[in-house]
Design a protein around this ligand. Structure first.
Ligand SMILES: [Zn+2]
Length: 384
């Protein structure tokens, strides 16, 4: 048992202490906060995947899932999923599993590493032996920095077990500069209101674009990539490192842009359908389009995605220095218009890596202090 515990830790996953009645696995772990508004002391965490496995010989009914954020042993915030929600989610997750969707989206659910042979998802809140309940994307915030998230499984007559997961404000061992020069706008970040936050590898990612004085990203009617100010802008390395992967030949299709007269709903419908098809075919790699992946001295990797076809000017094995141009911005992969998708991840495999929070040094403060905190959508990003 002890050896298994250590192996689980090494895999970046924490599991319940042996004394627990149920096996509760959280992935990825440990957890990192995002400065939702650190000037107001608001920090939040997302527990991406919580898998509750019944490894006993009798059935166990889950009546609730409770998350307690703790600091110095004291509860500072509590969130809870009630029985009805758990029953609904169990049914949905087991359907997605039977349809093969969870397995195809392993970059998100990580079932290949958190679920063991012989285990299967339950279709309801009662776990038979070797059945499991998967809870995705549990969001919780606190008005102080937590050091622990306690995941508690509730039963009909009290708690069935719990596991404590460390929480911290992630601090990279090295410093990073912005991936662009000049004045850019943060369109999306790791804000909980944004799509990135709910995807393991992109949890703290940034979508950034340039805008003109009218706060628009394009001139003309926006039906050609060349209408966009961001298109073909230089993208630079955020720190010294070695290029470990590139993709340079994926086509950019102007038909992916919103067409004149197309309603927003019709456009979003089209976007989502294209996204799903792309993801099913090629996983996260296909979503990224053309990209550059750089390994830094810290072991962290920076990813620059949706790059302009043919613009990647570095090769695998090349050494790059902070601020050196590596490519041009584009709109390849899963992109609605030219922009840079940037993320810091903990390893080279886009399908297993997790996103890491990043702060940049040397940014010019515009409206509110920006140095040393996580960027939010609406921030202006400008390197000094
Ligand atoms: Zn993005």
């Amino acid at each position: 048992m002890k050896r298994f515990w250590l192996a689980a830790l090494a895999a970046g996953m924490l599991t319940a202490a042996p004394a627990s009645a149920l096996d509760i696995r959280v992935d990825p772990a440990p957890l990192y906060v995002f400065d939702q508004a650190n000037e107001r002391n608001v920090y939040d965490v997302v527990l991406q995947n919580i898998l509750v496995v019944n490894d006993e010989r009798r059935a166990r009914e889950i009546r609730g899932l409770r998350i307690e954020l703790r600091a110095n042993g004291e509860i500072i915030s509590t969130g809870r999923s009630p029985a009805a929600t758990i029953a609904r989610r169990a049914e949905r997750m087991s359907q997605l599993s039977e349809g093969g969707v969870l397995q195809m989206m392993d970059f998100q659910f990580h079932l290949s590493r958190i679920m063991h042979d012989g285990e299967r998802l339950s279709a309801d809140a009662t776990l038979e032996p070797n059945e499991a309940y998967l809870n995705m994307s549990f969001y919780i915030s606190a008005d102080a920095l937590p050091d622990t998230a306690r995941v508690v499984v509730e039963g009909p007559r009290g708690d069935l077990g719990h596991v404590d997961i460390p929480v911290s404000r992630y601090q990279s061992p090295i410093t990073y500069r912005a991936p662009v020069n000049g004045r850019w706008f943060v369109v999306a970040s790791g804000d909980a209101s944004q799509h990135h936050r709910w995807v393991v590898s992109s949890e703290y990612a940034l979508d950034i674009a340039r805008m003109n004085a009218d706060m628009r990203t394009y001139t003309g009617d926006g039906t050609h990539f060349s209408d966009y100010i961001t298109f073909r802008q230089p993208i630079v390395a955020v720190a010294d490192g070695v290029v470990v992967a590139t993709r340079n030949d994926r086509e950019e299709n102007e038909a992916t842009l919103r067409q004149p007269g197309e309603t927003f709903d019709a456009y979003m419908q089209r976007v989502v359908e294209t996204q799903q098809a792309t993801m099913m075919q090629g996983g996260f790699d296909a979503i990224a389009g053309n990209y550059v992946l750089i390994r830094h001295a810290s072991g962290e990797h920076s990813l620059y995605a949706h790059l302009h076809q043919g613009s990647v000017r570095v090769n695998v094995g090349d050494t790059v220095t902070a601020g050196a141009q590596i490519a041009e911005a584009g709109s390849s992969g899963n992109s609605t218009e030219p922009h840079l998708h940037f993320q810091l991840i903990d390893g080279p495999d886009l399908n297993t890596a997790r996103g890491l929070p990043i702060t940049f040094t040397g940014l010019r403060a515009e409206w509110v202090p920006i140095e040393g905190r996580h960027l939010r959508s609406g921030d202006v990003l400008e390197q000094e």
